[in-house]
Design a protein around this ligand. Structure first.
Ligand SMILES: Cc1cc2nc3c(=O)[nH]c(=O)nc-3n(C[C@H](O)[C@H](O)[C@H](O)COP(=O)(O)O)c2cc1C
Length: 328
């Protein structure tokens, strides 16, 4: 019988399926159900950096002055009516740890390395198994260079890992000019994993009312392709683990990402669309594929289709584009 276990960030997961951070991981009953349906691990809904530093107005002013945080962001949070988000978050992590036995990751959505770093230590003290940092930095400022944009990731990685022993993952986007080079350098910091990729909130607008609307919040299965390409390219090149994220909707998608070289996958939209029972379906389909292909362990096939190991490394590059579109 196939052994589905995998290691991720030095932790043993019973299978590679991680429930990604979302509204489905901020409620204890949902998390307990995901565990019952077989999930390998869960990333808790993120706490925002702005919530952590809400009371420290000096820090807030500094951050706004730095240009990384818009004043409008602060208007979004109603601090006066809000319960203390920090103790709520820490209490919730303790509760989740008490009521589950799979690895649990806390998550911070951040954009600077100022004012909130010590909070990572308090997260560590709750007993969670790891910390994921969702760095939401869109390179949208034409006055800020690529180096300046990148620096923030390195500052956050270095500063957080200097205050905690917890394994730390960084969830990043793909908006970067020299992506492979950036990811290799980031993986050389003390972080233990890269999550490829964050799916940004995308704006859209109505052509009649000219009102802004969110583009689809949920991914489709075809959106796996960007992550799949980059997991395959980076596998064996980065010095940390990789979790594949975006567009994993079924067991075949999990197989693909492990073949590309991921240690684990994260999924979210598929649970919104198909219910939490989709977790058991993904794992079952994955196991059936291993059995029908004669694999006893994941290590026997992990990375087999990565760019470094595949028989056709050009499949991930421009030459494929030329061949394909030339013949159409
Ligand atoms: C409703 C919703 C809420 C989310 N909240 C968070 C969050 O708090 N922190 C985070 O890192 N990602 C968040 N995400 C992003 C997911 O964790 C995931 O990276 C993204 O949806 C791509 O994966 P998918 O294609 O499996 O949905 C959220 C996604 C959705 C749909």
């Amino acid at each position: 019988m196939a052994n589905l276990s995998t290691t991720y960030m030095g932790l043993n997961l019973r299978n590679p399926l991680i429930v990604a951070s979302s509204g489905l991981t901020e409620n204890i009953d949902d998390i307990v159900e995901f565990e019952a349906r077989g999930a390998g691990a869960v990333v808790i809904k993120s706490i925002f950096e702005e919530e952590i530093i809400a009371k420290a107005h000096d820090n807030l002013n500094k951050m706004q002055a730095s240009g990384f945080i818009y004043p409008e962001t602060m208007e979004y949070f109603d601090y006066d009516s809000m319960e203390d988000p920090i103790s709520n978050y820490l209490d919730f992590l303790r509760k989740v740890k008490r009521e589950t036995s799979i690895p649990i990751f806390a998550s911070i959505n951040c954009v600077t390395s100022e004012g909130w770093i010590d909070f990572a230590k308090r997260i560590e003290d709750t007993g969670v198994d790891g910390l994921e940092l969702n760095v939401f930095s869109l390179p949208s400022d034409p006055d800020r260079s690529a180096e300046e944009n990148e620096r923030i990731y390195f500052e956050i990685a270095e500063r957080v890992t200097s205050v905690v022993k917890l394994p730390v993952a960084m969830k990043v986007g793909y908006f970067n000019g020299a992506l492979a080079n950036f990811l290799v350098r980031l993986s050389s910091t003390p972080i233990k994993a890269l999550v490829l990729f964050n799916r940004f909130y995308n704006p859209d607008f109505d052509v009649n009312t000219l009102e802004f609307t969110p583009a689809s919040v949920f991914s489709t299965p075809s959106e796996i392709s960007t992550s799949l390409r980059w997991v395959a390219i980076m596998s064996g090149r980065v010095s940390c683990d990789i979790a594949a994220s975006t567009g994993v909707h079924d067991g075949n998608a999990m197989v693909k990402q492990i073949l590309a070289g991921a240690n684990a996958v994260q999924a979210c939209s598929t649970f919104y669309r198909n219910g939490k029972e989709q977790a058991s379906f993904i794992i079952r389909q994955f196991e059936e594929w291993m059995n029908s292909n004669g694999y006893k362990t994941i290590d026997e096939f992990r990375g087999k289709m990565s760019q470094k190991k595949t028989y056709n490394p050009a499949a991930f590059e421009r030459v494929q584009f030329m061949k394909y579109f030339h013949d159409l």
